[in-house]
Each structure stands twice: as C-alpha cells, then as structure tokens.
Design a protein around this ligand. Sequence first.
Ligand code: ADP
Length: 536
Amino acid sequence: MNIAFDEYGRPFIIMREQDMKERLTGPEARKANILIAVSLMNILKTSLGPKGMDKILVSPDGEITVTNDGATILDNMDITNEIEKLLVELSKGQDDEIGDGTTSVVVFAGALLEQAQKLLDKGIHPIRIADGYEHACKIAVEHLKKISSEITFDRENYETLITAAMTSVSSKVVNEFQRQLSEIAVKAVLTVADLERKDVRIDLIQVQGKTGGSLKDTQLIDGIVIDKEMSHPQMQKEVSDAKIAILSCPFEPPKPKTGYKLNIDSVEKYKKLQELEQKYFHDMVKLVKDSGANLVLCQWGFDDEANHLLYQNELPSVRWVGGVEMELIALATGGRIVPRFSELNEKKLGLAGHVKEIPLGTTNDNIIVLEKCSQKKAVCIFVRGGNKMVVDEAKRSLHDAICVTRNLIRDNKIVYGGGAPEISCSLAVSKAADEISTLEQYAIRSFADALDQIPISLAENSGLDPIETISNLKANQIKTNNPFLGVDCLGKGTENMKEQNVFDTLAGKIQQLLLATQMAKMILKIDDVILHHGQN
Ligand code: ADP
C-alpha cells in the first residue's frame, strides 16, 4: 500500500515517479477520492441483505464466482486505485475480526463520505467533519449498547445460535440449505468450544469441499479429514490406536547435486545404483518403523518402490497431505511435523484413537478420517455440491456462520437487525446534534444520514420504496419507543425484527461503525493525490 504519513500524522499517497502525470491537491483531491468510494458503495449496496443481488465475478482466466459476500466481491474486482485498495482492506479487516458485516462496513463508509462531500461543498473544513464523525460514532456505539439484548444457549439448547447463523447464511446460491448449513456450523463450533472460558478455536474446524453430490450431502465429520486415500490399494484401511509419523520430507533417494554427472555405462553400474536406491528406501522405512509409528502421513509423494515397501512393512501411508492439514493434525494429535527421517522418534508421533478410510456418500471417492485425536477435539465440515461455484459459496457462507457463532459464544449480546439498529442510532445521533451549537452539529447530523443508508439499501433491494419505508420506520420507532423495528425484507408482515428473529452480534455492529468511521476520517484527510494516466 502506497500510503504514508507526514510528520503531523496526515496520510498521503505516494506514486512511483514515472507514474506522475497530474497532481490534485486540496478539495479536488478529496472530491476525487470520495467519488471513488461512493461508486464502490453503489456497487456493493445492491448485494446487501437477504434480497441482495448475488454478483457474478469472472476472473481473467475465466473462472466464475457467484457471491454476495462483500469481501469476496472486492477481492475479485480489478482494483488499481489506492482508495479502492483502502476499502478492500476495510472489508477484509471486518472479515478477519468478525467474519460478517463485510458489505455493510463498506456501504457505511461510502455513505459517510458521500455525506461529507455535501458538507465540504458548504465550505466546512474536513478536519471539522472528521471530528464530528468521531463524536457521532461514540454516541452511536453507546446507543447500540443500550438497545442490545442478550441471548441464551447451552450445549443442549442452541436454537438461538442457529437462528443467528442463519442470518449470515443468506446467499441465494445456498438459500435452500440455509437451515442445514447453519445447524452444521453451530454444532461444529460447539464441539471445539470451551463454553466456561468463552473460548473457541476455530482453527480446529476444517471446512473442506469437494464437487459431487449435492449441498444436502454436506456433513459434519467428527475428526480431521484428509481428502486422500491410502497410497496403496492393498494397505489396511483402518488403524486403531494410531501412532502417526507426520513427515514433511519425501520418500525419495537424495537427488544428485546439479553439475554432478552420473555415468551409467554398464548393467553392473545400473544394478549398483538400483541397490543403492533400494537401500535408501529400506533405511527410511526402517527409521519410521523403529520410531513405533503405525501410520505415515507425508506432505510429499513417494516413489512406487517406496510405496511397495511401505505396504510390505504393513505401514499404511497417505501421500500429498496438504500443509494446512499437516499443521492441524500435528496440533490435534500432539505430534510434530518431522522434516528429516533421522529426526523421527516416538515422542514426535501424533496419537489418534482411530483412523479409517471411508467412502464418500454417493460418489466413488474415499476420504481418510482421523478420529479421537489425543490433544484437541477437531471437526470437519465436508461440503458437497454440484459444481465448484456452489461449493465455494457454501464454504464462504459457513465461514460467516462459524464466525457469528464464535462471536456469540465470546459475547452473547446482540442487536436486532434489518436496519433497525441503524435507524435507532440515527435518531439518537440526530437528537444529540440538536443539542450542539457549534459547527460540529452539521457533521453529526450527516453521520445520522449516513446511517440511514443501510436500511435504505435493504428496502431498495427488497423492492420497497426506500424513502417511505425509512420515514415510516423512524416515525414508528419514535411513536412506540421500539428500537427493534426494521425493514421487513422478506414480506413477513411485521417490522419487529425480534419477532422475525433477525439479529446481528453487538460486537460485529460496533466494529462496523468504528472501522467505517475510522476509514472515512482517514480518506477525508488525504488531500494530495497524484493522478495516474498510464505510463506513456
Ligand atoms: P454483510 O456482508 O454486511 O453481512 P449481508 O448481505 O449479509 O451483508 O446483509 C446483512 C444485513 O441484512 C444486516 O443488516 C441484517 O440485519 C440484514 N438482514 C439479514 N437477514 C434479514 C432478514 N431476514 N430481514 C431483514 N433484514 C435482514
């Protein structure tokens, strides 16, 4: 990122010298930046909410992604501009911390900047606007806390968690299986969670996918899954009390160094070489056997010769195990990843109660499952689907659902959704603005207007008249003093989101407001841009 800060902490953009063509400073620079952010918001806002449009993204090599996940859309867009890059990072920031709200955060940041432009046009200084936004954000966050509720759940009764997960699994691609996927995600999280300590290690949840079958065949597997088979068809398919050698070294004789010339000009020499190779394999297999291992997982492939020897020595083995799986297996089984055969010993073996190769539902594929790992309980969600696009979108939705569930276990506070909290905060912030006599009141009011953008987009995407919907909602929230009234996106006949059971986590919502405000302030302060018109 070519963003730097000057000695006063003001951000500015640097470009390479040969790219310097035209320079914008002050108001013009700001206007250009805001325009970019607003147009990005306009793309993303049509994806917001349960009726949001899915976007089809085509990569330069023709691969197709269908999604309504903000972070994914931004990730796949052809982004060259620095401001766009900042907004991509904004969305990713929300994704890393919270997991959902990735569309909303960019829409809100765009809305803040759009409102800021109106104030700039009136001659209000950007620093003033930034300060006002900061102040308004504090009011909104405090208000969110006030209107939040707590949900309850335990290991047996976790319907509320499923409901929360369902709000985040709303892409059309996977809609039909919303309930099933949410249930699987929640069960997975509960399996690895420590409810007393409110701690969830989501790295113990694998989300694996394989095309074939249908989404309905997606299953939760109790253990770690390796999407591979035993390396030799005649090897035993099940190992009880597995002692696992986790190897990151190949079963191969060492390669001659480059520049080294091997002259094989007679049958004897060839035989000698072959014997030497065999000896290598024998030694390797012996080292594994001597360590006490009864199962080998190898990050690399192995030669047919080695494979045969492993089979003869009754050492079931799996080759080409992925790096991420290797680490997870080491963590869950208490083993070490061993980079050299000579370093193998009993202490470095991973332990699992049961390992087996099992067939996968309807197709002819097999997978290997490591059950009862000795150190940590790990689970795998194995996603099936008709094509790669469906599988990928289901994986993304599951990621969101897992994050939401984890967030609720950490902190069980929620706010009812559908734009209700934004409307309620907008009212609270406007009210605060009325009590302020300085110039700051304008920025604070603009912040309230920007908040309206979320329910406006939800209404637009659901085919409702946005202005009418929002003004009615505001009037009703005031009249009934009910902060749960939001946009009835799915036409269920009630605006009460508590009755509709639509909610988002309080932590996620607060994070959205904080990150978007911070980003809008930062973009407002950039007043020097060098425009780039190609390199001619
Ligand atoms: P994000 O990537 O920001 O999470 P989404 O497309 O998932 O974007 O939309 C989330 C917004 O949609 C939230 O404001 C949420 O409250 C709202 N929402 C989700 N489901 C419903 C629903 N059934 N009715 C009304 N609003 C909903």
